[in-house]
Design a protein around this ligand. Structure first.
Ligand code: SAM
Length: 256
Protein backbone atom coordinates (compact mmCIF):
# COMPACT_ATOMS: atom_id res chain seq x y z
CA UNK A 1 0.00 0.00 0.00
CA UNK A 2 1.43 3.40 -0.99
CA UNK A 3 2.54 5.42 2.04
CA UNK A 4 0.84 8.80 1.51
CA UNK A 5 1.67 9.86 5.08
CA UNK A 6 5.37 9.72 4.30
CA UNK A 7 4.98 11.29 0.84
CA UNK A 8 2.76 14.13 2.04
CA UNK A 9 4.23 14.89 5.49
CA UNK A 10 5.07 18.51 4.59
CA UNK A 11 1.61 19.12 3.11
CA UNK A 12 0.00 17.55 6.16
CA UNK A 13 1.46 20.25 8.40
CA UNK A 14 0.24 22.99 6.04
CA UNK A 15 -3.23 21.47 5.95
CA UNK A 16 -3.56 21.16 9.74
CA UNK A 17 -2.47 24.77 10.10
CA UNK A 18 -5.12 25.89 7.59
CA UNK A 19 -7.85 23.76 9.17
CA UNK A 20 -7.59 25.42 12.57
CA UNK A 21 -9.77 22.71 14.14
CA UNK A 22 -11.58 23.75 17.32
CA UNK A 23 -12.67 21.57 20.28
CA UNK A 24 -16.20 20.41 19.56
CA UNK A 25 -15.81 20.43 15.76
CA UNK A 26 -17.38 17.60 13.77
CA UNK A 27 -14.97 16.96 10.94
CA UNK A 28 -15.65 15.09 7.69
CA UNK A 29 -12.55 13.79 5.86
CA UNK A 30 -13.15 13.01 2.17
CA UNK A 31 -11.04 10.24 0.57
CA UNK A 32 -9.38 9.68 3.94
CA UNK A 33 -7.23 6.72 2.85
CA UNK A 34 -5.44 5.26 5.88
CA UNK A 35 -6.85 8.09 7.97
CA UNK A 36 -4.01 10.16 9.43
CA UNK A 37 -5.87 13.38 8.66
CA UNK A 38 -9.05 11.96 10.21
CA UNK A 39 -7.24 10.84 13.37
CA UNK A 40 -5.41 14.14 13.78
CA UNK A 41 -8.70 15.97 13.23
CA UNK A 42 -10.40 13.82 15.89
CA UNK A 43 -7.63 14.60 18.38
CA UNK A 44 -7.90 18.33 17.73
CA UNK A 45 -11.71 18.30 17.73
CA UNK A 46 -12.17 16.40 21.02
CA UNK A 47 -14.78 16.38 22.57
CA UNK A 48 -16.05 16.65 18.98
CA UNK A 49 -15.39 13.93 16.43
CA UNK A 50 -14.16 13.05 12.96
CA UNK A 51 -15.51 10.77 10.24
CA UNK A 52 -13.37 9.55 7.34
CA UNK A 53 -14.87 8.20 4.13
CA UNK A 54 -13.02 6.26 1.44
CA UNK A 55 -13.86 3.77 -1.30
CA UNK A 56 -10.93 1.52 -0.36
CA UNK A 57 -11.63 -1.27 2.14
CA UNK A 58 -7.94 -2.13 2.72
CA UNK A 59 -7.04 1.51 3.42
CA UNK A 60 -9.94 1.86 5.84
CA UNK A 61 -8.95 -1.38 7.59
CA UNK A 62 -5.55 0.16 8.26
CA UNK A 63 -7.15 3.44 9.36
CA UNK A 64 -9.36 1.62 11.87
CA UNK A 65 -6.48 -0.50 13.23
CA UNK A 66 -4.38 2.61 13.76
CA UNK A 67 -7.22 4.48 15.49
CA UNK A 68 -7.65 1.53 17.83
CA UNK A 69 -3.91 1.38 18.54
CA UNK A 70 -3.97 5.09 19.34
CA UNK A 71 -6.99 4.62 21.64
CA UNK A 72 -9.12 7.14 19.72
CA UNK A 73 -12.81 6.87 20.56
CA UNK A 74 -14.13 9.92 18.71
CA UNK A 75 -13.16 8.80 15.20
CA UNK A 76 -15.09 6.65 12.75
CA UNK A 77 -14.56 5.45 9.20
CA UNK A 78 -17.08 4.53 6.54
CA UNK A 79 -16.58 2.85 3.18
CA UNK A 80 -18.34 4.58 0.31
CA UNK A 81 -18.25 6.97 -2.63
CA UNK A 82 -18.27 10.50 -1.19
CA UNK A 83 -19.99 11.70 -4.38
CA UNK A 84 -23.17 9.79 -3.48
CA UNK A 85 -22.88 8.67 0.15
CA UNK A 86 -25.97 9.56 2.25
CA UNK A 87 -24.23 11.68 4.90
CA UNK A 88 -26.40 13.18 7.66
CA UNK A 89 -27.65 16.62 6.62
CA UNK A 90 -26.01 19.77 8.05
CA UNK A 91 -24.09 17.69 10.61
CA UNK A 92 -20.40 18.51 10.12
CA UNK A 93 -18.79 21.82 11.09
CA UNK A 94 -15.69 21.32 8.90
CA UNK A 95 -14.92 19.36 5.73
CA UNK A 96 -11.38 18.39 4.78
CA UNK A 97 -9.60 16.44 2.11
CA UNK A 98 -5.90 15.71 1.67
CA UNK A 99 -5.70 14.93 -2.06
CA UNK A 100 -8.89 12.84 -1.97
CA UNK A 101 -11.27 14.91 -4.12
CA UNK A 102 -9.65 14.67 -7.56
CA UNK A 103 -11.25 11.38 -8.57
CA UNK A 104 -14.97 12.19 -8.70
CA UNK A 105 -16.78 11.43 -11.96
CA UNK A 106 -18.80 14.63 -11.41
CA UNK A 107 -17.18 17.17 -9.03
CA UNK A 108 -20.28 19.41 -8.89
CA UNK A 109 -22.49 16.51 -7.80
CA UNK A 110 -19.83 15.40 -5.32
CA UNK A 111 -19.27 18.87 -3.84
CA UNK A 112 -23.04 19.38 -3.58
CA UNK A 113 -23.39 16.07 -1.74
CA UNK A 114 -20.57 16.99 0.64
CA UNK A 115 -22.03 20.49 1.04
CA UNK A 116 -25.38 19.15 2.17
CA UNK A 117 -23.61 17.36 5.05
CA UNK A 118 -21.98 20.61 6.25
CA UNK A 119 -23.64 23.15 8.48
CA UNK A 120 -24.43 26.49 6.80
CA UNK A 121 -21.26 28.58 6.88
CA UNK A 122 -18.99 25.58 7.54
CA UNK A 123 -15.63 25.50 5.75
CA UNK A 124 -14.48 22.86 3.28
CA UNK A 125 -10.68 22.80 2.93
CA UNK A 126 -8.94 20.67 0.31
CA UNK A 127 -5.47 20.05 -0.99
CA UNK A 128 -5.39 19.16 -4.70
CA UNK A 129 -2.50 18.86 -7.12
CA UNK A 130 -1.60 21.63 -9.53
CA UNK A 131 -1.04 20.61 -13.18
CA UNK A 132 1.04 17.54 -14.02
CA UNK A 133 3.75 19.56 -15.76
CA UNK A 134 4.27 21.57 -12.52
CA UNK A 135 5.13 18.42 -10.57
CA UNK A 136 8.76 17.35 -10.55
CA UNK A 137 7.74 13.95 -9.12
CA UNK A 138 5.45 13.41 -12.11
CA UNK A 139 7.67 14.69 -14.89
CA UNK A 140 10.78 12.89 -13.59
CA UNK A 141 9.06 9.54 -13.02
CA UNK A 142 7.24 9.77 -16.34
CA UNK A 143 10.44 10.62 -18.20
CA UNK A 144 12.10 7.58 -16.65
CA UNK A 145 9.30 5.08 -17.07
CA UNK A 146 7.63 6.22 -20.27
CA UNK A 147 11.13 7.01 -21.58
CA UNK A 148 11.38 6.09 -25.24
CA UNK A 149 7.61 6.59 -25.65
CA UNK A 150 7.26 9.64 -23.43
CA UNK A 151 5.84 11.80 -26.19
CA UNK A 152 3.06 9.33 -26.95
CA UNK A 153 2.46 8.09 -23.39
CA UNK A 154 -0.56 9.64 -21.76
CA UNK A 155 0.41 12.54 -19.51
CA UNK A 156 -1.69 10.95 -16.85
CA UNK A 157 -3.31 7.60 -16.39
CA UNK A 158 -6.56 6.19 -15.13
CA UNK A 159 -7.61 7.83 -11.86
CA UNK A 160 -6.22 11.15 -13.09
CA UNK A 161 -5.04 13.04 -9.98
CA UNK A 162 -4.93 16.36 -11.86
CA UNK A 163 -8.63 16.91 -12.58
CA UNK A 164 -8.81 19.87 -10.16
CA UNK A 165 -5.55 21.46 -11.24
CA UNK A 166 -7.26 24.47 -12.83
CA UNK A 167 -8.31 26.89 -10.03
CA UNK A 168 -11.11 28.29 -12.22
CA UNK A 169 -12.55 24.80 -12.66
CA UNK A 170 -12.44 24.13 -8.89
CA UNK A 171 -13.98 27.51 -8.07
CA UNK A 172 -16.72 27.01 -10.67
CA UNK A 173 -17.51 23.51 -9.40
CA UNK A 174 -17.66 24.69 -5.77
CA UNK A 175 -19.78 27.71 -6.62
CA UNK A 176 -22.19 25.57 -8.66
CA UNK A 177 -22.43 23.24 -5.65
CA UNK A 178 -23.55 26.14 -3.43
CA UNK A 179 -20.23 27.01 -1.80
CA UNK A 180 -19.13 30.63 -1.48
CA UNK A 181 -15.95 32.61 -0.76
CA UNK A 182 -13.69 30.21 -2.65
CA UNK A 183 -10.04 30.89 -1.87
CA UNK A 184 -7.19 29.14 -3.70
CA UNK A 185 -3.66 29.36 -2.28
CA UNK A 186 -0.48 28.21 -4.03
CA UNK A 187 1.38 25.76 -1.76
CA UNK A 188 4.79 24.37 -2.73
CA UNK A 189 6.32 21.58 -0.68
CA UNK A 190 8.61 18.70 -1.56
CA UNK A 191 7.24 15.17 -1.46
CA UNK A 192 9.23 12.22 -0.08
CA UNK A 193 9.23 8.81 -1.74
CA UNK A 194 11.23 6.95 0.88
CA UNK A 195 14.33 6.94 3.05
CA UNK A 196 16.56 5.82 0.15
CA UNK A 197 16.43 5.02 -3.57
CA UNK A 198 15.52 1.32 -3.07
CA UNK A 199 12.53 2.13 -0.88
CA UNK A 200 11.55 4.94 -3.25
CA UNK A 201 11.64 2.57 -6.23
CA UNK A 202 9.32 0.14 -4.43
CA UNK A 203 7.02 3.06 -3.55
CA UNK A 204 6.91 4.44 -7.11
CA UNK A 205 6.09 1.02 -8.51
CA UNK A 206 2.98 0.93 -6.33
CA UNK A 207 1.62 3.98 -8.15
CA UNK A 208 -0.98 3.00 -10.70
CA UNK A 209 0.28 5.49 -13.27
CA UNK A 210 3.81 4.06 -13.00
CA UNK A 211 2.51 0.54 -13.52
CA UNK A 212 0.47 1.67 -16.52
CA UNK A 213 3.44 3.37 -18.18
CA UNK A 214 5.54 0.23 -17.67
CA UNK A 215 2.77 -2.01 -18.98
CA UNK A 216 2.95 -0.17 -22.32
CA UNK A 217 6.58 -1.27 -22.82
CA UNK A 218 8.06 -4.51 -24.18
CA UNK A 219 10.39 -6.47 -21.88
CA UNK A 220 13.62 -4.83 -23.07
CA UNK A 221 12.21 -1.31 -22.90
CA UNK A 222 10.76 -2.01 -19.43
CA UNK A 223 14.17 -3.11 -18.17
CA UNK A 224 15.78 0.07 -19.47
CA UNK A 225 12.93 2.13 -17.98
CA UNK A 226 13.52 0.59 -14.55
CA UNK A 227 17.25 1.36 -14.83
CA UNK A 228 16.38 4.98 -15.67
CA UNK A 229 13.99 5.08 -12.70
CA UNK A 230 16.75 3.88 -10.36
CA UNK A 231 19.11 6.53 -11.73
CA UNK A 232 16.46 9.25 -11.26
CA UNK A 233 15.78 8.17 -7.69
CA UNK A 234 19.52 8.01 -6.92
CA UNK A 235 19.82 11.58 -8.22
CA UNK A 236 17.04 12.71 -5.85
CA UNK A 237 18.39 10.82 -2.82
CA UNK A 238 19.53 13.60 -0.50
CA UNK A 239 20.88 11.25 2.17
CA UNK A 240 17.81 12.25 4.16
CA UNK A 241 15.28 10.64 1.85
CA UNK A 242 14.32 10.79 -1.83
CA UNK A 243 12.58 14.12 -2.47
CA UNK A 244 10.89 15.76 -5.44
CA UNK A 245 9.42 19.23 -5.78
CA UNK A 246 5.66 19.55 -6.09
CA UNK A 247 2.90 22.15 -6.13
CA UNK A 248 -0.62 22.01 -4.77
CA UNK A 249 -3.62 24.26 -4.34
CA UNK A 250 -5.05 24.75 -0.87
CA UNK A 251 -8.70 25.36 -1.67
CA UNK A 252 -11.08 26.72 0.98
CA UNK A 253 -14.75 27.52 0.59
CA UNK A 254 -17.74 28.11 2.85
CA UNK A 255 -21.03 26.33 2.55
CA UNK A 256 -23.71 28.97 1.95
C1 SAM B 1 -4.23 10.25 -3.05
S1 SAM B 1 -5.16 9.25 -1.96
C2 SAM B 1 -5.18 10.27 -0.52
C3 SAM B 1 -5.59 9.50 0.71
C4 SAM B 1 -5.57 10.32 2.00
N1 SAM B 1 -6.43 11.50 1.95
C5 SAM B 1 -4.18 10.72 2.36
O1 SAM B 1 -3.83 11.91 2.18
O2 SAM B 1 -3.40 9.85 2.80
C6 SAM B 1 -6.81 9.46 -2.59
C7 SAM B 1 -7.86 8.69 -1.83
O3 SAM B 1 -9.15 9.03 -2.32
C8 SAM B 1 -9.94 7.86 -2.30
N2 SAM B 1 -11.09 8.07 -3.19
C9 SAM B 1 -11.06 8.18 -4.55
N3 SAM B 1 -12.29 8.40 -5.03
C10 SAM B 1 -13.13 8.44 -3.97
C11 SAM B 1 -14.54 8.65 -3.81
N4 SAM B 1 -15.33 8.83 -4.88
N5 SAM B 1 -15.06 8.63 -2.57
C12 SAM B 1 -14.27 8.40 -1.48
N6 SAM B 1 -12.93 8.21 -1.57
C13 SAM B 1 -12.36 8.23 -2.79
C14 SAM B 1 -8.98 6.77 -2.71
O4 SAM B 1 -9.43 5.48 -2.37
C15 SAM B 1 -7.72 7.17 -1.95
O5 SAM B 1 -7.67 6.61 -0.67
Amino acid sequence: MFDYDSELARYHERLLEALDIRPGDRVLDIGCGTGLTTRDAARAASPGSALGIDVSGPMLARARRQAETEGLRNVDFVQGDAQAHPFPAEYFSLGVSRFGTMFFSDPVVAFANIGRSLRPGARFVQLVWQAADQQEWHTAIRAALAGEHASSASATAADDPFTLADPDVVAEALTSADFAAVDVVDVREPVRYGPDADHARAAVLQLRMAREWLADLDAGSAERALDRLSATLDAHDTGDGVWFDSRAWLVSAHRR
